[in-house]
Design a protein around this ligand. Structure first.
Ligand SMILES: Nc1ncnc2c1ncn2[C@@H]1O[C@H](COP(=O)(O)OP(=O)(O)O)[C@@H](O)[C@H]1O
Ligand SMILES: [Mg+2]
Length: 264
């Protein structure tokens, strides 16, 4: 008997102070008979310092779930516990202000702290160094590559003093090589800072490359159908056979889910 490639983690994590806790969260868009059930009683914990990947077919409610956690929208039912003051959000498009320099984009995140301008600049520079963009503070976003712009967005997220990072397919628009580099960087920063990360993706290998857990959502309405714990040692390589094997196993499960729902 070989050990299972992927173990069940089983819903809740240990410990009583999760960074994020969703309890029976449902979301209906619209009203009455025209209402669309996007999420159906999703319960999920993310522990402090834990990296959880949320995986599911497109349209299953991943972005909906993140927007609820971020407080951009309210659940129809259920509760969400998270300290929103400590949450930063990152999207597929970095959403930088094009007329501001890279440094000024990061400084924006420091505004709320009441720091003097010089101090804001200095701290922004520190965060840019963390994402290896220390020499690019004076550039404008359009002068940078897509991967670099995403790193600016990451620096801005960190500058918000976040210890919970919500990421919605943040590397989906990047080429494979750039994505690999950003995986390495994100993993380093996550470990150094002890962040709790909830990372949405439809890329199974990416989920296995990064996650302590991979939580699989069903096709719409999104429900948690499986919660895999990934125990492969880090740092992992996205193209390694071990990651490939676990990804294949999860893909099989994902396919069953999509088929069961007629592939919608
Ligand atoms: N603001 C909205 N109003 C109405 N329907 C929405 C809204 N946002 C998302 N939906 C619908 O909810 C479902 C889930 O969407 P979404 O969370 O974006 O899925 P995913 O991110 O997994 O692709 C989809 O059917 C989508 O069309
Ligand atoms: Mg989405």
């Amino acid at each position: 008997m070989t050990a299972p490639l992927v173990e069940q983690a089983g819903g809740r994590v240990e410990g009583d102070n999760p960074a994020i806790r969703l309890s029976a969260v449902s979301k209906i868009y619209g009203q009455g008979r025209n209402g669309l059930l996007a999420l159906d009683e999703v319960s999920l914990d993310v522990a402090p310092g834990e990296f959880v990947c949320l995986l599911g077919a497109s349209g299953c409610g991943k972005s909906t779930l993140l927007s609820l956690v971020a407080g951009l929208d309210r659940p129809t039912a259920g509760t969400i516990e998270v300290d929103r003051k400590r949450v930063a959000l990152m999207f597929q498009e970095p959403a930088l202000f094009p007329w501001l320099t890279v440094s000024a984009n990061v400084e924006m995140a420091l505004r709320a702290k009441g720091l003097a301008k010089a101090e804001r600049r200095e701290r922004a520079q520190e965060f840019l160094r963390v994402v290896h963009l220390g020499d690019f503070g004076a550039k404008r976003p359009h002068e940078l590559s897509g991967g670099m712009r995403q790193r600016v967005a990451l620096a801005r997220a960190l500058a918000q003093d976040a210890d919970v990072l919500l990421m919605d397919e943040p590397f989906g628009a990047l080429d494979a090589m750039t994505r690999d580099l950003l995986h390495d960087e994100l993993e380093r920063i996550w470990r150094e800072r002890g962040l709790a990360v909830l990372f949405v993706t439809h890329n199974v290998r990416e989920a296995v490359r990064l996650g302590d857990r991979v939580v699989l959502l069903s096709s719409r309405p999104g429900r948690v159908v499986e919660d895999f714990r990934v125990t492969l040692p880090r740092p992992r390589r996205g193209e390694s056979p071990e990651v490939g094997r676990q990804a294949a196993q999860i893909t099989e499960r994902l396919k069953q889910e999509v088929m069961r729902h007629g592939g919608n």
